[in-house]
Each structure stands twice: as C-alpha cells, then as structure tokens.
Design a protein around this ligand. Structure first.
Ligand SMILES: CC(C)(COP(=O)(O)OP(=O)(O)OC[C@H]1O[C@@H](n2cnc3c(N)ncnc32)[C@H](O)[C@@H]1OP(=O)(O)O)[C@@H](O)C(=O)NCCC(=O)NCCS
Length: 173
C-alpha cells in the first residue's frame, strides 16, 4: 500500500505542456493502453490541442502535476450530458509510477467529475493484463462490468480488454 502524496494537482493542459505530452506518445507508455501505437509529430500534437479546445463541452483534458512538474494526464472524454457519463482515462510518465500519484490524481479527477460537473457514471476500457491500472481502479471504487475476449490488437497479437465503471450512490446500484 503506497502513501498518498500531498503535492498532486490537476490543471487544464496548456501549450507549454506539449513537449511533455509528446513524451507520452512513446511505445513504452502506449504499450499499456488499448490504443495502438501511432507515430505522432509535434505538429500533430499542436493540432490535437487545438481540436480539444474546440470540444471543451465534451472533453476535459488535464495535466497531473507533482509540485510544479507535469507527471501525467487525466481525461474525461465523450461527456454525455443526458446520461451524465464520461470515459475516464489517465497515464503517468514511467518515472512517476508506483508511488501513489495515480491513485491521488484519480481521486481528484473523480471528485471533479461528480462534484463539479455533476456526472454520475464514469467508464473505461483496460487491457486485462494491466494489473497496476486495474488495482488502481479497484482502489478508487470502479467495478469490472465485462470482459471482451480478444478484442484489442496490440503489438502483433489479440488481447482481452475489460470495461470498468464507477457510479455515484445517487445513481443507484
Ligand atoms: C496505471 C497507472 C495510472 C497507475 O498509477 P500509479 O501511480 O503507478 O499507481 P499507484 O501507485 O497509485 O497504485 C497502483 C496500485 O497498483 C499496484 N500495482 C502496481 N503494479 C502492480 C502489478 N503488476 N500487479 C498488481 N498490482 C500492481 C500497486 O501496488 C498499487 O496498489 P497498492 O496501493 O494497493 O499497493 C500508471 O501505472 C500508468 O500510467 N500506467 C501506464 C498507462 C496506463 O496503464 N494507463 C491506464 C490505461 S487503462
């Protein structure tokens, strides 16, 4: 059990974060994600940030900071204001993992989603073999809603993925 760090905060991504964001496109980071590795240029990343700024009504894209250093990202995507739901996604730089920062950032992101935005269901897709992510999701209250065998093409092979979700108590069991 890691001790929760006290100097974690979330803030919206800014242009100055693009060099850091670019480091998260590396194969070592993408290997843990459901998405396939793609080469991403710095110009594409700049476009990506501009595209996000046009979709702030349906997306929240935040940097996770420890002290003053960016260490990861936290996203709420595909926000559905009728069903009060969104996709939850996060990733930390390799050197920032395993110290409780991810759990603390997830807790802050969930509080933002439920308390500020009045969302009441968060859902995510995770590779079945991503044990660190699944442990984090379990710690902050997500439950596995389903397993999708051989659903995801990663590194030349099919892998299982899982849907996990977290609902507020007010939404019901
Ligand atoms: C998943 C991720 C966000 C977790 O953040 P983190 O800061 O490393 O996680 P924490 O230190 O807060 O906690 C991780 C928990 O998983 C546990 N864990 C780590 N590796 C594990 C493993 N191989 N098997 C089982 N549990 C593991 C830790 O012990 C800890 O649990 P504990 O507090 O009960 O001891 C981070 O590792 C990451 O960015 N990974 C790459 C990107 C990714 O996988 N994103 C999620 C895609 S769905």
């Amino acid at each position: 059990m890691s001790t929760a760090p006290t100097d974690i905060r979330l803030r919206e991504i800014e242009s100055r974060d693009l060099p850091f964001i670019h480091t998260l496109r590396e194969p070592e980071v993408v290997a843990h994600l459901g998405a396939a590795f793609r080469h991403v240029s710095t110009e594409t990343d700049a476009e990506w940030l501009n595209a996000y700024r046009r979709q702030r009504d349906r997306q929240v894209r935040l940097v996770i900071e420890q002290g003053t250093e960016p260490i990861g990202v936290f996203y709420l995507l595909g926000i559905d204001w009728i069903h009060r739901s969104a996709e939850f996604a996060m990733a930390l730089a390799p050197g920032a993992r395993g110290r409780g920062a991810g759990t603390e950032a997830a807790r802050q992101g969930i509080a933002h989603a439920f308390q500020d935005l009045n969302l009441s269901r968060l859902h995510l897709s995770v590779l079945s073999d991503n044990l660190a992510a699944k442990r984090l999701y379990q710690k902050v209250g997500f439950v596995c809603e389903g397993i999708h065998p051989q659903s995801t093409w990663k590194n030349g092979a099919w892998k299982d993925s899982e849907t996990w979700a977290l609902r507020t108590a007010a939404r019901g069991a």
